[in-house]
Write a protein that binds this ligand. Structure first.
Ligand SMILES: [Zn+2]
Length: 269
């Protein structure tokens, strides 16, 4: 039985919070967390024009689905803001990490298009097929971000999630290089870039798509080190549920909050 609605059958167990949830309550939980993450970042205003930068992965598919509940909160609640404030979707493909599945890309591309049409979202499709490796992916994202948020009130949402930030940190640590963590940190600091999935781990993204009956494409192939890092993180999470959240918190406190405090004055939080 579901821990929240107490009516429907529980299908997902959330170890770190000891909840057993039905698909409906699970979906609501994820959408709520995305909204809370956005609210807490204080980066989004009601009159902003939102753009999405996606690549053909599960994360991009999930972010796209989260857009409608986010839009409802920020736009539809305020009828006077409604006209002309539709989310604009810029869909940009990155064929990152050498081997990609062309069919999967095309499939997701079409899926995005159909979704936007059915939700009445304004869609603007871009197709950048320049191959990038893991190290340069974040930099490429930054470049494009600056390019497409030049206009006033234009904000960008990225499908970077909890596992990405931790993986980027460990990747930089293991390879003794600034990238990709440096750029990830920069995007977290930028006022124009919003990360709705910052507090959603990989396994919940997968589950979220499942509750929406979305057939997920194959993930892009990653290099050996990245896979190893992901395995370590997942092992720790399994042994000690909540490790991912704790690690993110530590990283934020170590690398982000100090600067935020300096910029905004220290009388907050
Ligand atoms: Zn329920």
């Amino acid at each position: 039985m579901c821990s929240i609605c107490k009516r429907r059958k529980a299908e997902t167990k959330i170890k770190y919070s000891n909840l057993h949830l039905c698909p409906v309550c699970f979906r609501k939980l994820i959408e709520k967390r995305a909204r809370e993450t956005i609210n807490k970042s204080e980066k989004l205003e009601r009159t902003d024009k939102i753009k999405l930068l996606l690549h053909p992965t599960k994360k991009a598919q999930a972010l796209l689905r989260l857009i409608t509940p986010i839009e409802k909160r920020y736009y539809r609640q305020f009828p006077q803001q409604k006209i002309g404030q539709k989310i604009k979707v810029d869909f940009i493909f990155f064929t990152n990490l050498r081997k990609t599945d062309g069919l999967t890309q095309k499939k997701i591309f079409n899926e995005v298009k159909n979704f936007c049409l059915s939700e009445g979202l304004e869609i603007n499709l871009h197709y950048k097929k320049k191959p990038v490796n893991r190290k340069s992916l974040r930099k490429k994202v930054m470049e494009v971000s600056e390019e497409i948020t030049r206009g006033p009130k234009e904000k960008l949402m990225l499908p970077i999630n909890l596992d990405d930030v931790i993986t980027d940190f460990l990747y930089s640590a293991f390879t003794n290089s600034e990238e990709p963590f440096k750029t990830t940190l920069e995007t977290l600091k930028m006022e124009k870039i919003i990360h709705p999935m910052l507090k959603i781990p990989d396994e919940e993204i997968e589950q979220y798509l499942k509750t929406l009956n979305i057939e997920t494409g194959k993930e892009l192939e990653t290099d050996k080190l990245t896979q190893k890092i992901k395995d370590i993180i997942n092992y720790l999470e399994k042994e000690k549920p909540g490790t991912k959240f704790l690690t993110l918190k530590t990283l934020q406190e170590t690398f982000l909050n100090q600067e935020k405090g300096r910029n905004k004055g220290s009388n907050k939080d």
